[in-house]
Design a protein around this ligand. Structure first.
Ligand code: AMP
Length: 426
């Protein structure tokens, strides 16, 4: 999928009310933001709009509110169904408990914490009490040039995730221009990520612009050799990605748990390694497709295997064709690390998604570290691989770490992302 979309710099925003969809879905523990990367990531676009004299209206989701706040707090359909299945005498108490939990969620998932953090970072924002209600409308109308308003959590409304046109229209009515800068939710067609673009001129912010340029650029016009490294637990999660990348890359490197499904498909024994028995035919098809396309398909030549799936399990290194019964592969071995590193170093473009082993555990993190250390141009497709690279301390070595997990996977699958497709073409 190639995108050539207008950005904030291609549209007149001075003096205009600009609705910006950000990804402020930050992790919060005990009332404290534990990682503010997403807020920091949104600041370039916000600061640009302020400098241009726009009236900035920010919106985002946070978490998955248990209940929704439409006109008033009420139970959603799923909740009602669950309660209806209970014995009659328990229903009233269950409904009250669910409503109570909903109220707590709403306080917990308020964007106030984000407003406070933005203020600490030098961006003074007013927080609206609602999303499209009277408070948001009044505060949006009162905005002066260069001022910033933050709407409440868009997912307090069930209509948001349903991409309800009425809700999209209500959001759009607050502004004159729409900017999407939330790459993390760009694969979702929700009101604030896509629906609103039906009613306003829509462009991307700097974050989405960069994702399109780097990931799109690598997929469409890679410097060769083009190498994709895929890891993670399961083949089934990455079928679409493997299928799409086989069409484009020169070399496909496989690591992580998914390697064992390929080994089993090739007739090797894999002990108790994670293996998807129902995906063996598919694995054979992917191997055949790679062969037909002349893609160099690399599987681990050796593995670190363990007795059990435990952080401190006894482990040893073994070649891939001889994994004994009762042992499971939890990382790629040293020989494989050398082979993969050499391949990566000699490449022009590298895209990476998924760790090479159970990198959360020190004894099984060497493979992921070796790949991260190999020092080539690396584009990390968000999610677990991004987290692994950051926790292991290699983030600085990467050219680009995507801000979206699911969205970057869908990008690598070649799927259309509704939150980008809806924006104006250049
Ligand atoms: P994914 O979300 O598909 O990228 O998968 C990431 C997860 O795969 C991480 O939590 C890893 O611990 C897990 N993983 C990687 N290699 C293995 C393996 N050999 N066996 C079991 N789990 C693995």
């Amino acid at each position: 999928m190639t995108y050539n979309k207008k950005s904030v710099e291609d549209i007149d925003v001075a003096g205009k009310r600009v609705l910006v969809r950000c990804d402020f879905n930050v992790p919060v523990k005990d009332g404290v933001i534990t990682d503010d990367k997403r807020i920091v990531g949104a600041m370039q676009t916000i600061n640009y709009l302020i400098a241009q004299g726009a009236k900035v209206i920010l919106c985002s989701h946070m978490g998955r509110p248990h209940n929704v706040l439409d006109a008033e707090l009420k139970l959603d359909k799923k909740e009602k169904k669950k309660i209806a299945e209970l014995p009659a005498e328990e229903q009233e108490a269950a409904a009250a408990a669910a409503l109570e939990k909903g109220k707590k969620d709403i306080t917990k998932l308020s964007l106030k914490i984000v407003a406070d953090d933005l203020a600490k970072k030098g961006i003074n924002v007013t927080l609206a009490k609602d999303v499209v209600g009277p408070d948001a409308q009044a505060k949006a109308a009162a905005l002066q040039n260069g001022e910033v308003l933050l709407l409440e959590n868009v997912r307090f409304h069930a209509a948001e995730e349903k991409n309800d046109p009425e809700f999209s229209k209500a959001l759009a009515s607050l502004a004159e221009v729409y900017v999407n800068d939330a790459f993390g939710t760009a694969h979702r067609a929700h009101s604030s990520t896509a629906g609103v673009a039906d009613y306003l001129p829509a462009v991307c912010g700097y974050l989405i612009q960069k994702e399109i340029a780097v990931m799109g650029g690598a997929l469409e016009d890679p410097k060769r050799p083009f190498v994709a490294i895929l890891g993670g637990a399961k083949v089934s999660d990455k079928i679409g990605v493997i299928n799409n990348l086989i069409e484009k890359v020169d070399t496909l490197i496989i690591g992580g748990g998914m390697a064992y499904t390929f080994f089993r498909a090739l007739g090797n024994t894999t002990g108790t390694s994670i293996c998807e028995e129902d995906k063996l035919d598919l694995a054979r098809e992917l191997l055949a497709k790679a062969r037909a396309k002349g893609v160099n398909f690399l599987l681990p030549v050796d593995n670190v295997i363990a007795r059990e799936y435990k952080e401190d399990a006894t482990f040893m290194r073994i070649y891939s064709d001889s994994i004994p019964d009762g042992w499971m592969g939890l990382d790629i071995g040293e020989k494989t690390q050398e082979l993969y590193s050499k391949t990566i170093v000699g490449s022009g473009t590298v895209i990476w998604n998924g760790p090479m082993g159970v990198s959360e555990w020190e004894n099984f993190a060497s493979g992921t570290k070796a790949v991260a250390e190999s020092g080539a141009i690396s584009i990390i497709g968000g999610g677990d691989s991004a987290a692994a690279v950051e926790t292991l301390g290699y983030a600085d070595k990467m050219t680009h770490i995507s801000t979206g997990g699911g969205a970057s996977l869908e990008f690598l699958e070649g799927l259309e992302l509704p939150g980008i497709a809806c924006l104006l073409d250049k």
